[in-house]
Design a protein around this ligand. Structure first.
Ligand code: PLP
Length: 397
């Protein structure tokens, strides 16, 4: 039966803000609205809230408070990590070397390409396995004899389009053995995977609150002690001279609350996600001919993430059919939905462009129920059949 409310299966794009997070944020809009940089009592109240949030987050990341730089989003954090490396090298009269992959979010891959063009940064694109994994041995081979402190390896913790979890501790160890630094875009992993920066071996790590039931417009970059950051925007001395601009106190408080809840409830949340994800994967593969799971499986993929290629499908047409049936999902990255170009990630995984256009991503969340999955598994095969039927009639199949 069609549910009364639309079913949201696009949690990789963003999550609703947890009401407990909203409640924690509210006083900082209306009552405790001071600027944390002001020395009077309003300022001190706001500053205390920012520092308490920093302490909470540092506890979860197993780092020092001073190692957290608050930013406006994951994109800004990723940019800061890469640009700092390029500019620091230039200041030393050297050229930076970035090693990253085409499977990264554009916040990394487009930044690397731009630095290559504008600053002469050397960029090495890492090969990936068919499921999107970066093999530590392949990284090792590319690092042999070429590295130093101006080299940064940047590999995401988990992929937004295909859900693959990377072997971060191993990749970081290989980078460090070669004297290189290691950054990880942990945006999709936030609130789903362990986030101890020491266990991961990250020198820098990016997070954004809106992927773990926090507000949009706030993120962070963890920067290991001893590494300096060249601010991307200059101005005030906030964040120990690393990120100018008045702190967004309510959003920072909200991010800390959301992260605290996510890790306090991690086991329950991920058990729920895995159950629904596995039902989706098994159901889709069993009922839709020409369906292929993209990315890794089992423990090597994000608990909440199911992604497929459906042969003979135009993803945008399918998404429209599903939306009309009350199911909201995406064809891959939210940033690319509506874009008729095949995704860089799927091309990098070796899929033909025509097949890559038939991608579907279903990402479950805390509110998703078994009844939602029942409905999706009932509607999706019919929607696929309809889209294929239209394409066949148009001579496209
Ligand atoms: N990195 C990854 C892996 C993402 O999935 C996203 C957003 O989807 C980002 C970075 C960008 O984060 P934000 O939307 O906070 O800029």
């Amino acid at each position: 039966m069609r549910p009364t409310k639309p079913i949201y299966l696009d949690h990789a794009a963003t999550t609703p803000t947890d009401p407990r997070v909203v409640e924690a944020m509210l006083p900082y809009f209306t009552e405790a609205y001071g600027n944390p940089s002001s020395t009077h009592r309003f300022g001190r109240t706001a500053d205390n809230a920012v520092e308490k949030a920093r302490e909470t987050i540092a506890g979860i990341l197993n780092c020092e408070r001073r190692e957290i730089v608050f930013t406006s989003c994951g994109t800004e954090s990723d940019n800061l990590a890469l640009r700092t490396t390029a500019i620091t090298a230039k200041l030393r009269g050297e050229t930076a070397h970035l090693l990253t992959a085409h499977t990264e979010h554009h916040a990394i891959s487009h930044t690397a390409a731009q630095l290559e063009q504008t600053m002469g940064t050397r960029v090495t694109w890492l090969p990936v396995e068919a499921d999107g994994t970066v093999d530590p041995a392949a990284l090792q081979a590319l690092l042999d004899g070429t590295t130093g402190a101006d080299t940064l390896v940047s590999v995401m913790y988990a992929n937004n389009e295909v859900g693959t979890i990377q072997p971060i501790p191993k990749l970081a160890a290989v980078a460090h053995a070669a004297g290189a630094l290691f950054h990880t875009d942990a945006v999709q992993a936030g609130g789903q995977l362990p986030m101890d920066v020491k266990a991961l071996g990250a020198d820098m790590l990016a997070l954004t609150a809106h992927k773990f039931y926090g507000p949009k417009g706030v993120g962070l970059l963890y920067v290991r002690d001893g590494l300096s950051i060249i601010p991307a925007q200059t101005g005030g001395g906030q964040e120990a001279q690393r990120r100018a601009g008045t702190h967004n106190v309510p959003l920072i408080v909200g991010m800390a609350k959301a992260l605290e809840l996510a890790y306090a409830e991690l086991n329950n949340r991920t058990t729920h996600y895995r159950h629904l994800r596995d039902r989706l994967i098994e159901g889709v593969l069993a009922t839709i001919l020409g369906a292929t799971l993209t990315g890794a499986d089992g423990d090597h993929r994000l608990p909440n993430h199911a992604s497929f290629i459906l042969d003979g499908i135009d993803a945008n047409a399918l998404l429209m059919h599903l939306d009309l049936s009350g199911i909201a999902c995406s064809s891959g990255s939210a940033c690319n939905t509506g874009n008729p170009e095949p995704s860089d990630v799927l091309l990098c995984l070796g899929y033909e462009p025509a097949r890559a256009l038939g991608s579907l991503r279903l990402t479950v969340g805390q509110q998703t129920t078994d009844a939602d999955i029942d409905y999706v598994l009932q509607v999706l095969p019919q929607a696929v059949q309809r889209v294929r039927g239209v394409r066949e009639a148009q001579g496209l199949l």
